[in-house]
Design a protein around this ligand. Structure first.
Ligand code: ZN
Length: 283
């Protein structure tokens, strides 16, 4: 237990250092940034959210009953009015939804032997620097593209080693198809879906690097034709979480953004809706 706390603390510390470095690098690139400024404190970037010097990108789709869903998931979301101002003097609804629908988080328990349920994911892991791998060019040529180790090595050659404590996001460009379910699923005549994802080899390298989560702008971090959900089976038991159906991934830099992922605290959940915010310096 002691050892675990130490690991969490050092990941969080590294995450902070990485974010602050990324932030400073991006600010230095902006002509209005004071060149003498060497550090930006976490307090400063959080304060910047309210004064406009820090930008927040909401990477979450609003929830309704018409979002692209996993095939077979016919009943996805329902909301019912239970009180109206006219009758009751106030407005309230009840709602029902799938755990894996819209922008959502997969908890490790989604694929045993993964253990943690949604409410048990360490909160420190929900605050993380974002590493963005842009594969839109590759995906334009091959919708079944899977992120390879070579592509990760190419990213590291430009930006440095992927830091422990990061969430690694795959920017595939697939969100341009949202919310058109047929185009988002991209199913062939045999009922096989075609969209990009991570390869299991790349996922293993990211576990080795100490990533706390993976994310993607498609229905699944495993590519569309996958039958055995190999990447889920490798990363969830290793304690990582996954973010699927992410919005606005095109607005993030490859380094320098900081993610806050706040899932619903659903006891015993295999996953659930998540609100994902990316914090980054203003344009
Ligand atoms: Zn899921």
């Amino acid at each position: 237990m002691y050892k675990r706390s130490v690991v969490i603390f050092s990941s969080a510390a590294l995450a902070c250092v990485f974010f602050v470095c990324g932030f400073v690098r991006l600010r230095a690139a902006s002509p209005s940034a004071p060149q003498s400024k060497k550090t930006v404190s976490p307090q400063a970037w959080l304060r910047g959210v309210s004064d406009g010097s820090t930008r927040v990108v909401d990477m979450t789709y609003a929830i309704n009953g018409k979002l692209p869903a996993w095939p077979g998931d016919d009943r996805t979301f329902e909301a019912k009015v239970v009180a109206t101002p006219e009758k009751d003097g106030y407005f309230a609804r009840s709602f029902w939804m799938l755990e894996h629908y819209g922008t959502h988080m997969d908890a490790p328990a989604h694929f045993p032997p993964g253990k943690e349920f949604l409410d048990q994911i360490p909160v420190e892991h929900l605050f993380a620097p974002a590493v963005v791998i842009d594969v839109r060019e590759e995906v334009a040529k091959d919708p079944d593209y899977r992120l390879r180790v070579m592509r990760l090595e190419k990213w590291e050659a430009v930006h440095g080693r992927i830091p422990a404590g990061a969430v690694v996001l795959l920017r595939t460009g697939w969100s341009s198809r949202w919310p058109d379910q047929a185009r988002y699923r991209n199913m062939d005549a045999a009922g096989v879906m075609h969209f990009p994802g991570f390869s299991v080899e790349a996922a293993r390298l990211l576990i080795e690097r100490g990533a706390v989560g993976l994310g993607i702008d498609t229905l699944s971090i495993d590519f569309g034709p996958s039958k055995d959900f190999e990447v889920h089976r490798v990363t969830l038991p290793a304690g990582l979480y996954q973010l699927e159906n992410l919005a606005s991934l095109d607005q993030l830099p490859e380094v320098g953004a900081f993610l806050i992922s706040a899932p619903i605290k659903l006891e015993g959940g295999s996953g659930g809706p998540v609100r994902v915010f990316a914090i980054l310096p203003s344009k």
